[in-house]
Design a protein around this ligand. Structure first.
Ligand SMILES: [Zn+2]
Length: 336
């Protein structure tokens, strides 16, 4: 019923020389107001028995014209452009990916743990949310001890029994409750104290705790192992000294100094003209701690020590501001 000549349309499309002309023809036949659309628009007005055939014819015509247009379109576009010789040079070296590295604190933790593992210690970790018992009472820190005060410890809201551990020592309690001697354990981990942040304080920092319990453990065992530790970290030439001190969980207790790594003992601003730098606290585990975990203090003795990892790292690398460890400045981090 239509009066469109398919051969004529094909010839018309074949004559086209540009994609602009081709688009004009597409609109003429297939556009929203094109001839096919016009054919479709009169179908509802036809007699019911004619509608189906008219629709089929219009669709067939549309498909034919679409095919002609597509064929002409691809011949106008021409062959694919050839790849130029320099588009890809497979002999060029690839672009190197930058490798990440471990944070200096992680490196120092690993180094310290490795030293003690070589001496037979095993690594144990504990939760950062602790009970008041494990953090204080079990370690012989009495109720009226100043560090028990809420100002020195982050307690969890709505409870006075749970807190963010203020040292790694509660893992001593956990490990000793779990196992009978002999025990030789190092405990790396994060600890929390409500200190104002400055060049030497953070409210979250890292500690490494170590302890050994068996029959006949002596203070000289502690001294010997700490000397191996200090010389491994700071070099074989450093000197070491023990100063009497007080900790509730050890008796006797001692702070350990090394000769200043900057002035080698002569006295400088880093060591406050003393020639010595404090690196850790230590002592023989208090009999009350053994009683809390069910060890017989007449049968067993042991030593314990604890150190701040940031402090060790600062002394080892000559870093003068603890905040540098948490600023994630790559210029700082890449030096380690
Ligand atoms: Zn010094």
């Amino acid at each position: 019923m239509h009066n469109l000549d398919l051969a004529a349309i094909q010839a018309e499309i074949e004559k086209v020389n540009s994609s602009v002309e081709l688009e004009e023809l597409r609109l003429k036949y297939l556009g929203r107001k094109g001839l096919i659309a016009q054919m479709m628009s009169i179908i509802p007005d036809l007699a019911p028995e004619e509608r189906s055939q008219a629709g089929q014819e219009a669709n067939a015509l549309k498909n034919q014209i679409t095919a002609f247009l597509r064929q002409k379109g691809s011949s106008l576009a021409g062959p694919e452009p050839k790849a130029t010789a320099d588009a890809l040079d497979i002999t060029m070296p690839g672009i190197a990916q930058e490798l990440g590295q471990m944070h200096p604190i992680t490196q120092v933790i690993n180094e310290i743990c490795d030293i003690f593992m070589r001496m037979g210690f095993s690594i144990v970790e504990g939760p950062e949310i602790e009970t008041e018992f494990n953090n204080f009472t079990g370690l012989n820190i009495p109720l009226d001890h100043p560090s028990r005060d809420a100002f020195d410890t982050f307690y969890l809201r709505d409870t006075t029994k749970l807190l963010l551990r203020s040292h790694t020592s509660p893992v001593q309690i956990r490990a000793m409750k779990e196992k009978k001697p002999p025990l030789a354990v190092v405990v790396p981990g994060r600890v929390y104290r409500p200190d104002a942040t400055d060049a030497s304080h953070l409210f979250m920092f890292h500690q490494i705790e170590g302890f050994m319990v068996d029959k006949g453990i002596k203070f000289s065992d502690l001294k010997g192992m700490l000397e191996i530790f200090a010389k491994s970290v700071f070099g074989p030439d450093i000197k070491m000294r023990f100063r009497p001190h007080f900790f509730p969980f050890t008796e006797p207790s001692a702070e350990v100094d090394i000769s200043c790594v900057i002035c080698h003992g002569k006295g400088c601003s880093s060591c406050g003209r003393k020639g010595w730098l404090e690196i850790l606290g230590s002592g023989m585990i208090h009999p009350n701690v053994f009683k809390h975990v069910g060890y017989d203090p007449k049968k067993y003795t042991g030593f314990a020590f604890g150190m701040g990892v940031e402090r060790i790292a600062m002394l080892k690398y000559g870093i003068n501001d603890i905040r540098l460890f948490c600023e994630n400045d790559l210029r700082f981090l890449k030096q380690f």
